[in-house]
Structures are given as structure tokens and as C-alpha cells.
Ligand binder design. Structure first.
Ligand code: NAP
Length: 259
């Protein structure tokens, strides 16, 4: 009898939760969902789960060996770069298969005026020298990069208050969690006389209204693109990752591997 395919799902996203729900009850897989532990009241998944960091790359390697993991699915947020980098390094070291399961990034459509950049510091630079009213929606971890562009007036929106507060001479803070409606986003950008929107290209529907609102107002956007993960096979929809998992579960080795 082949053993159940032992899968570690790195989560913290809607995609990871949907995958966990789809795998619950499948007999030839043994999935564990890992959450960072940032959310105070997380929604508990219908499969085995663990909460909290692994303790860096070495900690993750130890976990994978201990759990005899067969497959790691990185379903973290596209900008959870440290966890993704750790997963790549640990899977390389242990020779465990790593795949990515993510939402696809947004694509510019007609009417969008995007400047695509690779990092927060490139985004700050792309704002230019002349003072502008900037709507900054990149999450609190990326704010420090904009200290290099202090000429602008920033309206910062984040879920939790930034710690430390960014050292920007002109800024105001709105604390809010999506989803946001198109009409509210249009109203906000009009009321605040926004000249330019800065966003991460996170994909998904919950925060897309700001993109559509900027388009309808003819506003330019600076769009931070997600990091390239050329070496990691990527799945962008639930059906295709499930097909991949089921094919591997079917071929799982008959004897548990000592890694
Ligand atoms: P990060 O910077 O990539 O990771 C920081 C550290 O948090 C990692 O080194 C790891 O600690 C721990 N960690 C992150 N994800 C983990 C997971 N799924 N399971 C166990 N440990 C995890 O991540 P982040 O940007 O702070 O995001 C934290 C979590 O929130 C992630 O699960 C991510 O999917 C979710 N999230 C992030 C964003 C975003 O914009 N970045 C948005 C929505 C949701 P150790 O080194 O100790 O292992």
C-alpha cells in the first residue's frame, strides 16, 4: 500500500484555505496547513494545522525531515517573500518537491496607466521629483522605502498601524481592511485629490476596486510586481493544483522515505 502523500501547505491566504478544504477527507493525502500566527482569531481549517514560524531555514529543514514531508506547497501571499525564500532553500537542501499555488497577478487592461516596478524603492523613485498626492496601499512593511521620496503628500492605507510610524513629513493614515467597493474607492480618491496610486500587484478580488477606480478616474498607478519565481512550478487555479496533487498521491512511494 502506498503511504498517504504528506503535504505541507504554507498558508495565510484564501487560496491555501480553499486548498485545505478541497483536500479534507481525501484518503491518499496527509496535508498540514501552516499559518504564521499573525491573525488573532484565525479561521481553523478542516485539516491538520500548525501555527507559528519554523525558526528560519534550519527550523524548516528540521520540520520537513521530522514530518517526512513529501511535497511543499507555497500558498503564501505573493509578497510573503521571506517565507517563500525559506521554502525554496529548505526544499533544495532536503530535495523535497516545492510548488507554488497562488492567485494570478492582475493584468493591465485598456485604460490602465501602470508603471510596473520590481520593488518598493523603485516605486518611490517612480513617483518623480514634483510633489504629488499619493495614495499608498503597499502594506505597512514596505513604507520605509518611501522615506527616500519625502516631497510627496501620502495617504497611507493599511490594516494595522505601521510600527514604527514612517518618517514622512506629509502623511496621513487610514486603517481599513478590504474588500472595498468601487464607489467608495472612487469617492476616496476624488475627495483626497489623489494624483497617483501605488499598489502591490497582489491579484485577487478583495482589493481590485482601487485599480478599477484609478482607471475610471484616469489616474496613473505605480504597480509593484510580485517577485519572479521562475524555478518553482506555479499553479493558479484550484483544479490544476488538485490534479497535480492527485497524480503525485497516486505515485507516492510505497515505503516512507527517511529524509
Ligand atoms: P514573510 O515576511 O515572508 O515571513 C516572515 C516570517 O514569518 C517567516 O520567515 C516565517 O518565520 C513566518 N511565516 C510566514 N508565513 C508562514 C507560514 N505560512 N507558516 C509558518 N510561518 C510563517 O511573511 P509576511 O509577509 O509577514 O506574511 C505572514 C503571513 O501572512 C503569511 O502566511 C502570508 O501568506 C500572510 N499574508 C501576507 C501578506 C503580505 O502582503 N505580505 C498579505 C496577506 C497575508 P520563520 O522564519 O520563523 O519560519
Amino acid at each position: 500500500m502506498p503511504h498517504a502523500l504528506r503535504i505541507l501547505i504554507l498558508g495565510g491566504t484564501t487560496e491555501a484555505r480553499h486548498l485545505a478544504e478541497a483536500l479534507a477527507g481525501e484518503s491518499d493525502v496527509a496535508p498540514v496547513l501552516s499559518l504564521a500566527g499573525r491573525t488573532l482569531a484565525p479561521q481553523f481549517p478542516p485539516i491538520a494545522f500548525r501555527i507559528g514560524g519554523f525558526g528560519g531555514i534550519d527550523g524548516l529543514i528540521a520540520y520537513l525531515r521530522d514530518a517526512k514531508t513529501d511535497l511543499v506547497i507555497d500558498a503564501t501571499h505573493p509578497f510573503a517573500e521571506q517565507m517563500s525564500a525559506h521554502a525554496e532553500a529548505a526544499c533544495r537542501a532536503t530535495r523535497i518537491r516545492l510548488v507554488l499555488f497562488s492567485r494570478p497577478p492582475w493584468q493591465a487592461v485598456e485604460g490602465d496607466r501602470w508603471t510596473e516596478v520590481e520593488s518598493a524603492s523603485a516605486a518611490a523613485q517612480a513617483l518623480g521629483e514634483d510633489p504629488r498626492q499619493v495614495f499608498l496601499t503597499v502594506g505597512r512593511q514596505q513604507l520605509a522605502a518611501f522615506e527616500a521620496a519625502p516631497a510627496h503628500d501620502y495617504l497611507i492605507r493599511s490594516i494595522d498601524p505601521p510600527q514604527p510610524r514612517p518618517r514622512l513629513p506629509n502623511h496621513r493614515l487610514i486603517l481599513a481592511r478590504g474588500p472595498f467597493s468601487f464607489d467608495d474607492e472612487v469617492d476616496l480618491m476624488r475627495r483626497e485629490k489623489i494624483d497617483v496610486l501605488v499598489s502591490k500587484n497582489s491579484g485577487g478580488e478583495a482589493t481590485y476596486a482601487k485599480i478599477a477606480a484609478a482607471r475610471s478616474l484616469g489616474l496613473p498607478m505605480v504597480m509593484m510586481q510580485p517577485p519572479h519565481r521562475a524555478d518553482v512550478p506555479s499553479f493558479y487555479d484550484l483544479e490544476s493544483i488538485l490534479a497535480f496533487i492527485r497524480a503525485r498521491a497516486h505515485h507516492a512511494p510505497p515505503v516512507p522515505r527517511g529524509v
